[in-house]
Design a protein around this ligand. Structure first.
Ligand code: FAD
Length: 463
């Protein structure tokens, strides 16, 4: 006998499980299928959360080791216990995954464990530890996320040539870690292992780091990270990588000397996960980049089947997947739902953090949009001085005619938290004048945003 639901969701990552919770709130009978024993998807198991746990531990170690002398704090020898660090990471993931299981139970979402395959527009077969289960639903939502991508000529071996998944679990710091790709994941994991003792070389195809991010911020990030000890080799086309002996990896670069290390992290992006999903059987074709095409309601070309998150177009970010999941089920049930793609923040959790929302200067120039710009340095902010976090700046880009905030770019301490104010400003169509007139508590890092907003009109007070 098939199991029947109003909605079946494939994948319990941030897109899938949040959609399940919202659909249950809206009164649907929901089934959620996940092939992994732990819920939470890439984000919780091998992405956002474990990487941030490791960034936090390694940053504290780095700070203690490089000294609190300025604060008058004298320490003896500081050492790191990688086993304990890794156990902490695993515990955080376990706690949060159990929390999601509890939330699904509380909302009466039926959980199926196993690999899901579509067999008809209203039917999914789940193969898991409990055998084969036939699940039927009027509507099916695909939220199967993404998997690490690699380059032609480079195959993951899980040991020396790895993706971010393995680079989160090492029990010993590599002596020389080579990272291909200077995007968020490469910089974050490169920073983690540099702080834990590795020499780190980041090889990037473009002649800049952080592709897609505002150039001024990316250049500042490169200067700061270089000072911290990361080595960048930019403008390098990697043509292959292979093992040399038991412990070495050689990375071939077109027209340049090869780079040799003991571990290679390939961080060149991720690809949509549609493996053995049965899409052909239900008449869904992928686009040129392997994504599932959807319309503005997240509906695929097959009636009754929807898709959201990393498996469709757009930035591969957990909060983007969540918002799409919510909007998709709200549209199904109420006819209304909304994601503002102009107000999706992106954060790189290096130290200092790098955060942005909306277009950068290069994108605005490409669009031919006239803008005014206000910049304020962290060094001129009282709280930043008290924290000893004076690197970086805030940049606000506002429409030249209407003053509406278009883009905000921050490099500096807690940029990832500060960007929330900018996202809200863009969401509500605020002007830089609105931001400048809002009362910001003193002394806070958020005052840098107020001052940058004043700077748009050339009336910053503290520079
Ligand atoms: P996923 O999280 O990939 O979830 C999909 C789920 O579907 C998985 O659990 C998978 O097992 C399951 N599944 C797939 N196929 C099937 C099937 N056939 N049957 C059953 N189950 C299936 N994003 C941020 O916003 N902030 C960050 O700081 C951040 N850091 C990251 C760090 C790293 C190292 C990585 C790798 C990613 C990071 N991301 C970050 C990206 C973020 O993890 C993804 O954008 C997000 O997880 C996408 O959510 P999703 O629900 O679309 O898919």
């Amino acid at each position: 006998m098939p199991q029947k639901h109003d909605l079946v969701i494939i994948g319990a990552g941030p897109g899938g499980y949040v959609a399940a919770l919202r659909a249950a709130q809206l009164g649907l009978d929901v089934g959620c299928i996940e092939k992994e024993p732990a819920l939470g998807g890439t984000c919780l198991r091998v992405g956002c959360i474990p990487s941030k746990a490791m960034l936090e531990s390694s940053e504290r170690y780095d700070q203690l080791r490089s000294g609190l002398d300025d604060h008058g704090i004298r320490l003896g020898r500081v050492s790191i216990d990688l086993e304990a660090l890794q156990a902490r990471r695993a515990k955080i993931v376990e706690t949060l995954a159990k929390g999601i299981a509890g939330l699904l139970r509380k909302n009466h979402v039926t959980r199926y464990m196993g690999h899901a395959r579509l067999t008809a527009p209203d039917s999914v077969v789940v193969e898991g530890p409990e055998g084969t289960i036939d699940v039927r639903a009027e509507r099916i939502l695909i939220a199967t996320g993404s998997v690490p991508a690699t380059l032609p000529g480079i195959a993951f071996d899980g040991e020396r040539i790895v993706s971010s998944t393995e680079a989160l679990t090492w029990a010993k710091a590599p002596s020389h870690l080579v990272v291909i790709g200077a995007g968020a994941i490469g910089l974050e994991l490169g920073s983690v292992w540099r702080r834990l003792g590795s020499k780190v070389t980041i090889v990037e195809y473009l002649d800049r780091i952080l592709p897609g991010m505002d150039m001024e911020m990316a250049n500042e990030a490169r200067r700061i990270l270089t000072r911290q000890g990361l080595t960048f080799q930019l403008g390098c086309r990697v043509t292959g990588a292979s093992r040399k002996g038991r412990t070495r990896v050689v990375i071939e670069i077109e027209g340049r000397d090869p780079v040799e290390g003991d571990r290679l992290l390939v961080a060149v992006g991720r690809k949509p996960n549609t493996e053995r999903l049965g899409l052909e059987e239900v008449g869904i074709s992928l686009d040129e980049r392997g994504r599932i095409p959807v319309d503005a309601n997240y509906a695929t070309t097959t009636a009754g089947i929807y898709a959201i998150g990393d498996v469709i177009d757009g930035p591969m970010l957990a909060h983007k997947a969540e918002e799409e999941g919510i909007a998709c089920v709200e549209k199904i049930v109420t006819g209304h739902g909304h994601v503002n793609y102009d107000a999706i923040p992106a954060i790189v959790y290096t130290h200092p953090e790098i955060a942005s929302v909306g277009p950068g200067e290069e994108q605005l120039a490409e669009q031919g949009r006239a803008y005014r710009k206000g910049v304020f340095p962290f060094a001129a902010n009282g709280r930043a001085q008290a924290l000893g976090e004076i690197q970086g700046r805030v940049k606000i880009l506002a429409d030249a005619e209407t003053d509406r905030v278009l883009g905000v770019h921050i490099i500096g301490a807690r940029a990832g938290d500060l960007i929330a104010e900018a996202a809200v400003a863009i969401e509500y169509g605020a002007s830089s004048e609105d931001l400048a007139r809002a009362v910001h508590a003193h002394p806070t890092l958020a005052e840098t945003l107020k001052e940058a907003a004043l700077a748009v009109d050339e009336r910053a007070l503290h520079i």
